[in-house]
Design a protein around this ligand. Sequence first.
Ligand code: CS2
Length: 494
Amino acid sequence: MCTEMELNQENLASLSSQITCPTYDRKKLKTGIVHVGVGGFHRSHQAYYIHQLLEKHDTLDWGICGVGLREGDRNIAQILKKQDYLYTLIVQHPSGEVNTEVIGSMNDFILAVDTPNLVLEKMAHADTKIVSLTITEGGYNFNPSNGEFNFENPDIQQELQNPDKPKTIFGYLTEALKKRKEAGLPPFTVLSCDNIQHNGDMAAKMLLAFAQKQDAELAKWIEENVSFPNTMVDRITPVTTSTEMDYLQNTYDLKDEWPVVCEPFIQWVVEDKFANGRPPLEKVGVQFVPDVSPYETMKIRLLNAGHSVLGITGAIHGHATINVCMEDAVFAKFMRQYMDQEVTPVLGTIEGMDLEKYKDSLEERFANPNIKDSVGRICSESSAKLPKFLIPTLQENLASGGSIDFATFILAAWCYYSDKGINEKNEPLEIIDAMKDELHEAASATKEDSLAFLKLTKLFDNLIDNKRFTDKYTEYIQKLYQEGGIRSLMEGMC
Ligand code: CS2
């Protein structure tokens, strides 16, 4: 092995004998996409699809300029710049096969807090055809209790007063679209790639609410000209740890300070409505469809909810990762029974999809022993996830008289998890959630009032009024708080 090599454009020539490297001319890449929210997922998914397209050598129009809106993005901004925006994607197969590839589709990154005008210029540039987003549910700035835009957010108030000093995505999009309108340029498409249902509709609703307050005429232009395709995105992408950096160092003597690890599976289903052209992504396997709803419902209710079922129960028991949960037959069976008995009946049939095969494939994906996806990542932001992933299934079963046992057990387990702070191995449980304090406070009143947690109505809506549900919930709360171990309770239910 030669001496350690830093990942950057200059070193690609020497690296390419060992690792697959970009073969297109990165210097000639135009920025066609500005992407806000560069994390692991964007880099394993959209940026990878674009990279594959560029590898076909038909177009150089779709380079990606990343944007970080938060001060917390400073570190990645520095790393990406130092590495000429290159990073390594490590694809871990269940068999142990590993594919390692340097991805070159990102050709710039702007830290918005330092240079907000540069972000606006980039978004307003004639070459930019798409602004895509992975800003998480919280980034959409809606009020969870009524789904409307939250004008009380101080950042939103500030940018409404000072449109030329944007802070949130809404300030940036509105101001950049204004610049385009004034320059007589066509708008860009706003492409949400967040894991939320009807993500494009959500982006449209929130942006229009903001723009309307700022400039009604502009809002009308946005409504008439900008498109917001809904998309379903899928690729399991655990948090990068030192393991990946060590792997590259030990195997290739390569120093990459921010690689990405993911599973081999990848899927992107997109509504084909782009205001200003789009990359021909069908050439690399992206599915363009008139309506993504069936795909997103299936994915969110089975994959994401399945993850949460394993994550919450596994975290309580002390299983560190999703694949370890799947190695435990009780956890694997519990999750499958939740899918079979509670999700499948309410999903009905989805045209063109074999749900049994889909569930089998999820089991295989979750069990991949080389994707050590931490239960901590899955449990993070459960307050944004469970109301979308699991509670609708429960509500539909309550309405139809279907089984509610598994979903109810998970809500009781979530309460127990939010209350305890330690797992069954006496290890601390770190809760990462925007509602962390509220969750803990409500859950810790459970001993005096077994339904206390359900009083968080912005999460549970009116579930507390349904006797069939609360009877079951109380039964599970009592069982969990007897502390005989979650695993034996789950075993008793399967
Ligand atoms: C996970 C998702 O965050 C979660 O709870 O279920 O991040 C999941 O890994 C992705 O949606 C897979 O596409």
